[in-house]
Design a protein around this ligand. Structure first.
Ligand code: SF4
Length: 458
């Protein structure tokens, strides 16, 4: 199914809202949640019948700052920082693993950042050895992905990543125009993207994702169309086309864009989204939802058709039911009814580990009602559909009765054809898919319309 774009309806209904990579969103995590209670969630997760394990490692270093970036990063050229970081990461892994049932299979590993390929190849090899020391990873069935900055990639990095089991890569490209690249302080000739893809494919990486951002300074709809054409030449299996989140009150480097006044306006941004959507679907990519596109044979597109898509902190995923254990500063773990986030600065994260503690800064225990709403919102985001009978069975409540006011609140979206409601289901229509977040917000009692904490849905 290729969702139709109705720009008038997007204009009318697009409001700031969470991306729902978790529910409740991370903005609701609190330091008031007792450390001991959050740490106890690790041993609680060893319950009988507990599912597989997903591992995330945050590798925060970058050589230079891209001025649009909202990630937790540390800018340095000192490569020894990677080795020091691994010493602390090893302590965090063994402290955490001590409370875990590490016989559970690891089905997913993700290296994110920052720039994982800031780490010299031998440090990546060391990280791989630390992972397999603590956890039983069977290379054959583990989806192991890594974020790649083509500017900081050598052939030896690719070889090292394959040696430790990585089989999927996500390339940060953002925009291929030199003018835009200068404006955002990220010079990246397209030849580097081509080189990275060639190395990754030649070394057996099964899937390549390309990340793009629209709404950056000096971008125009025609220039972004050129970027899409350039990356289609790379023949990626998946693309993420993110809307630039302008949050200068959180990321001061972004203030520069306001000072220069070179950000595209909302209408231009919408036109860029339209051009990306049109070109990618014309090239045969399936709109997975929100900002993800995949080739029809890609696992994400297959999972969408099969109704087995999941959503986690990295976006859409084909591996569900796993407990997420995350390591490194700012990383977020999700097990059972809890979320735990690590300290977001290097000194605090390291000090906790030096003192022999888990470096948890804040988190959340979900109530029964939170858990029900998490299921509803994740089904909407992944299936684009709420089946009342199935949800009643899963949630052990009469879904239509319990959520009658939320269902009634969909009336204006139904009147505009964004959702189709019946006595047994709610279905997001093709024109409603770009506004999935807006539909999901109707089931989120904390969704604050117009909140400055979130970016616009498009
Ligand atoms: S390389 Fe990636 S993580 Fe680092 S500053 Fe640029 S966008 Fe952010």
């Amino acid at each position: 199914m290729t969702p139709a774009l109705n720009l008038d309806l997007i204009r009318k209904h697009s409001i700031p809202g969470p991306r729902y990579t978790s529910y409740p969103p991370a903005t609701h995590f609190t330091a008031a949640q007792a450390f001991g209670d959050l740490a106890a969630a690790i041993t609680e997760d060893n319950r009988a019948g507990a599912g597989p394990i997903s591992l995330y490692f945050h590798l925060p270093f970058c050589e230079s700052r891209c001025w649009f970036c909202a990630c937790t990063t540390i800018i340095t050229k000192r490569r020894e920082a990677a080795d020091d970081y691994l010493d602390a990461l090893a302590r965090e892994m063994s402290l955490t693993a001590a409370g875990m049932d590490t016989r559970r299979p690891v089905t997913q590993i993700h290296l994110g950042g920052g720039t994982p390929t800031f780490f010299p190849p031998d440090d990546l090899r060391r990280l791989g050895a630390l992972i397999t020391e603590q956890f039983p990873v069977r290379a054959s069935d583990c989806e192991f992905s890594v974020e790649i900055d083509p500017r900081r990639l050598t052939l030896d990095h690719v070889v090292a990543l394959r040696e430790i089991g990585a089989n999927r890569a996500s390339l940060g490209v953002q925009d291929t125009h030199p003018r835009v690249q200068i404006a955002v302080h990220r010079l990246q000739p397209h030849s580097l993207n081509e080189q990275a893809c060639a190395w990754l494919r030649a070394n057996g990486f099964r899937s390549i994702n390309v990340d793009l951002i629209f709404g950056l300074p000096l971008q125009t709809p025609p220039s972004f169309a050129d970027t899409i054409d350039d990356v289609l030449g790379l023949e990626p299996d998946r693309l993420s086309v993110f809307s630039y989140a302008h949050v200068p009150w959180i990321k001061p480097a972004q203030r520069l864009f306001d000072d220069r006044g070179d950000l595209p306006n909302a209408e231009q941004k919408l036109a860029m989204f339209a051009v990306a959507h049109e070109k990618l679907t014309a090239a045969g990519y399936i709109d997975i939802g929100l900002d993800h596109f995949a080739k029809p044979a890609d696992e994400l597109a297959v999972a969408l058709r099969a109704g087995t898509l999941h959503r986690n902190f990295q976006g859409y995923s084909t591996r569900g039911g796993a407990s997420l254990y995350a390591f490194g500063l700012s990383s977020i773990s999700s097990t059972g009814n809890s979320y735990r986030q690590n300290f977001r600065t290097l000194p605090e994260w390291r000090a906790a580990l030096d003192a022999g503690h888990l470096p948890i800064e804040r988190g959340l225990r979900l109530s029964e009602e939170d858990l029900r709403r998490r299921t509803i919102i994740m089904r909407l985001m992944c299936d684009r559909r709420l089946d009342f009978a199935a949800l009643s069975q899963t949630l052990r409540v009469d879904f239509a009765e319990r959520y009658a006011s939320e269902l009634a609140s969909l009336a204006n979206l139904a009147a505009d054809g964004l959702v189709v409601t019946s006595p047994s289901a709610v279905e997001v229509s093709p024109s409603g898919v770009p506004l999935l977040r807006v539909v999901a917000m109707r089931f989120d009692p904390n969704a604050t319309s117009g909140s400055r904490r979130h970016s616009l849905t498009i």
